[in-house]
Ligand binder design. Structure first.
Ligand code: HAM
Length: 446
């Protein structure tokens, strides 16, 4: 089985000398043994969206490059180093979806969703493409579930979005995470924080890494996010944003904390939490988990972006949301042992013996499937012994043995694979027999 932590692809560890092609580095195939886990996660997310009133949006896999450059920030790592950008044969520049928020907002504006309702709640499940150095939990194609709320600046919406994140993790059986919370201010108060940061590190400027020296001029807040040890030390006493909030941002943040306390959602204030994308204002948060992830510990990241819709050409409209990496969440579930049991059991495997029994066997197979049961048969002309082995391999509840002799007597030999007990059941009653042995909750309600 391919574990998610194992980065496949050209240059990865799993090279097969005889293989000519591999998936691109930092991407992975989701194999049949893995897809039930993905579907289970997506089902839970979708059910939660329904409970919380979020409606799904699907946007194209690529957008005009300018959409990401303008919204995420011209100087951000994502825009300067990580976008998959190409020119199409018509000479237009496009970028594979580098994050989920900007495309959702583009669609919100393009289709005037605000005209249908002043408060719009959207959800999405989609692949995201970023040219990053691959490692466990960090890929060049990853997948996110995400939500966005557009139209309200009420801190109660911030609380709902964070509560949704907590409920999502709880539904997936994930405990032991830390929710980090900060307010990154707004264009009115951020310049003060920027100035304070610059003064705090000015005398050590030459000791900062080249990236931070650039950030010092372009976007000093980003220095707080630097992963290099030396920069971390130099910035250890640098002021956090919360100390510089204007009255409006301060009141919003205080109200959000009150609401989270009232909802019983635990968080850690982290004045140094700055997110990698430039569009955030006021609330910023991350749910972190270390199990199975190492350095890539953010499993949910989000925040408020009150100026973004205007930046995209719309009327000033507040917004907030989050994105959560599916691969990372699955790795945490695996590490915590709360993975969904793989339900790869089938209800029946039809074994036919002799050419005369084949048509009747195939008809029985069709009847089982039409009744909503999962069933399979042999297509390789194998012996009885090999067909029984195959029934075991497929985890069948029953092997249904249709030999010429049984069919002549109007019966099928029904063998329970669990206790090897075998009985003869009239052919016309076999479907009902298999169905009645199945727990009620698992019967397809058709
Ligand atoms: P982000 O923090 O860049 O935010 O990504 C959200 C989540 O996606 C991360 O917390 C992480 O779980 C996952 N993730 C990010 N990059 C990778 C990667 N290379 N490999 C695997 N997983 C990854 C955003 O993208 C914002 N659009 C979130 C948002 C929505 N903010 C407001 N609304």
């Amino acid at each position: 089985m391919l574990f998610l932590g194992q980065v496949g692809g050209a240059g990865g560890q799993q090279e097969e000398p005889s293989m000519r092609y591999q998936s691109p580095r930092g991407t992975h195939d989701i194999l049949p043994a893995e897809t039930p886990r993905w579907r289970a996660l997506e089902r839970r997310f979708t059910a939660l969206c329904q409970r919380y009133g979020y409606r799904e949006i699907r946007t194209p896999l690529f957008e005009q490059t300018d959409l990401f450059a303008r919204t995420v920030g011209e100087t951000s790592d994502l825009v300067t180093k990580q976008m998959y950008t190409f020119e199409d044969p018509g000479g237009d520049r496009f970028t594979l979806r580098a994050e989920g928020t900007a495309p959702a907002l583009r669609a919100y504006l393009e289709h005037s969703l605000a005209g249908q309702s002043p408060l719009v709640k959207l959800s999405y499940v989609c692949p995201i493409f970023r040219y990053e150095r691959p490692q466990a939990g960090r890929y060049r194609q990853h997948h996110q579930v995400g939500i966005e709320v557009l139209g309200s600046q009420d801190p109660a919406v911030d609380a709902e979005v964070i509560a949704f994140g907590a409920a999502y993790l709880a539904d997936l059986g994930i405990t032991g995470y830390t929710l980090k919370l900060n307010s990154v201010g707004c264009p009115a108060c951020r310049p003060n924080h920027r100035d304070a940061l610059r003064s705090a590190v000015h005398q050590h400027l030459g000791d900062l890494c080249a990236d931070c020296q650039r950030r010092f001029d372009e976007n000093p807040l980003r220095m707080l996010d630097c992963k290099r040890e030396r920069c971390g030390e130099l910035l250890a006493n640098a002021p956090g944003s919360a100390e510089y909030l204007c009255e409006e941002c301060g009141t919003h943040f205080a109200r959000l904390r009150e609401l989270l306390d009232a909802l019983g959602i635990e968080y850690e204030l982290d004045a140094r939490l700055v997110r990698g994308l430039d569009y955030y204002t006021k609330t910023a948060f991350e749910f972190m988990h270390t199990a199975g992830l190492g350095a890539q510990s953010a499993i949910i990241g989000g925040g408020r972006y009150d100026g973004l819709i205007e930046e995209c050409g719309g009327k000033p409209t507040p917004g907030i949301g989050f994105g959560s990496g599916i691969e990372r969440v699955l790795l945490v579930r695996q590490a915590l042992g709360v993975d969904d049991g793989l339900s790869d059991e089938i209800d029946a495997f039809v074994i036919t013996l002799g050419a005369g029994a084949r048509v009747a066997g195939l008809r029985l197979l069709a009847e089982l499937r039409a009744a909503g049961l999962s069933a399979d048969t042999d297509y390789l002309g194998r012996s009885l012994k090999s067909q029984m082995k195959e029934a075991h391999r497929q985890n069948a509840r029953f092997a249904l043995i249709a030999g010429e002799d049984e069919l002549a007597r109007g019966v099928v030999a029904v063998r329970s694979m669990q206790d090897s007990e075998q009985t003869e059941v009239p052919t016309s009653a076999v479907v009902e027999h298999v169905k009645s042995a199945k727990p009620d909750s698992e019967v397809d309600p058709r």
